[in-house]
Write a protein that binds this ligand. Structure first.
Ligand code: PEP
Ligand code: MN
Length: 338
């Protein structure tokens, strides 16, 4: 950390700041410049609340140099993390993974029809919500474990990995036999008790960015999972809430290269929730791949406009097939496969 003192800071004020830094376990290196004193602090600054120093008399500004997340940061593993799944599929590395399926599992026929098409395009992951975090308590809440069983069967038949949302700690255990990858939804990104518990599980976690979360907050949430010993975390940009109303959310494409730079964890893009509109999903899916995404999360349904949840942003199966073909060409252009 760096603390720049004001030009008019007194000797007593400087000593008080040095004392406060020392008390916090930080080693202080003092430099006297032409007009002001600079205090460089080395030590456990990640845990220190910088405002404590900002408030001290004579302090001009305080700057943190180390990042507050240790395990999620690039420094922990300079090469990117590749998450491997039982069916041989991977997320991270050269190949861009496609995770596709309905917003919600509705019935056996629906999920089997979708699973076949996901397999047919060469994708490795079947998504589908059994526990749905709906904005309204009166909207369809999901089929629960019986629905998850249906998706698990459909995935098994087609050699796919299931990706499904967990909303609370009590669901983890019953979900385990049917879940290949736990999804933590935007609304639960800062459910720290749930994140800690997922740190104890030995299954990958796809962690979605909260609608009002900064990139640093997303990384700190991944740190909750990793600090429990589960290093298989995939970060997901799914759009944030801004003043713009033309799309359901504002898909922060720039978050993808930022996350790739700051973290070794694989990054997924979700153009379905990122736009909320079927007609815009292909463009943003391509943008995500061009920006360096390691995976895409796409909502698809045989009767997309009749889907019980998120119909407007759900692609028909033919649209999905066409998009995957286009994405393959694009992936090649950016040095990836898909
Ligand atoms: C979903 O993937 O269907 C979902 C509910 O996503 P989010 O948490 O990003 O809203
Ligand atoms: Mn959805």
């Amino acid at each position: 950390m760096i603390i720049a003192m004001m030009e008019e800071a007194t000797e007593e004020q400087i000593v008080a700041v040095v004392d406060a830094m020392t008390e916090a376990g930080v080693n202080v290196h003092l430099t006297t410049g032409a007009s002001q004193v600079i205090l460089a602090g080395v030590g456990p600054t990640a845990e220190v609340d910088l405002r404590k120093f900002e408030l001290l008399p004579g302090v001009l500004y305080v700057h943190r140099i180390t990042v507050p997340y240790k395990l999620a940061g690039r420094a922990f593993r300079s090469e990117g993390t590749v998450v491997e799944f039982a069916n041989g599929a991977t997320i991270g590395g050269e190949k861009v993974a496609v995770i596709a399926g309905p917003c919600a599992i509705e019935n056996e026929e629906q999920i089997h029809t979708i699973a076949k098409r996901v397999k047919a395009v060469g994708a490795g992951f079947l998504r589908g919500g059994a526990f749905k975090p709906r904005s309204s308590p009166y909207a369809f809440q999901g089929l629960g474990i019986p629905g998850l069983k249906l998706m698990h069967e459909a995935a098994q038949e087609n050699g796919l990995v299931t990706v499904t949302e967990v909303m609370e700690i009590a669901q983890i255990e019953p979900m385990l036999p049917y879940t290949g990858c736990f999804q933590v939804g935007a609304r639960n990104m800062q459910n720290f008790n749930l994140l800690r518990e997922l740190g104890q599980v030995r299954k990958p976690v796809l962690l979605k960015r909260g609608i009002a979360a900064t990139i640093e907050e997303l990384l700190l949430s991944s740190e909750y999972i990793m600090s429990g010993g589960n290093y298989e975390v995939i970060l997901c940009e799914r759009g944030i809430r801004t003043y713009e109303t033309a799309t359901r959310n504002t898909m922060d494409i720039a978050a993808i290269p930022v996350l790739k730079k700051l973290s070794h964890l694989p990054v997924a893009g979700d153009p379905s929730h990122g736009t909320g509109r079927r007609d815009m999903v292909p463009a943003m899916a391509k943008a995500a791949v061009a920006a360096g995404a390691d995976a895409l999360l796409i909502e698809i349904h045989p009767n997309a406009d009749k889907a019980v949840s998120d119909a407007a942003q759900t692609l028909f199966l033919d649209q999905f097939e066409k998009l995957v073909a286009e994405l393959r060409l694009l992936a090649e252009a950016v040095g990836r496969t898909l």
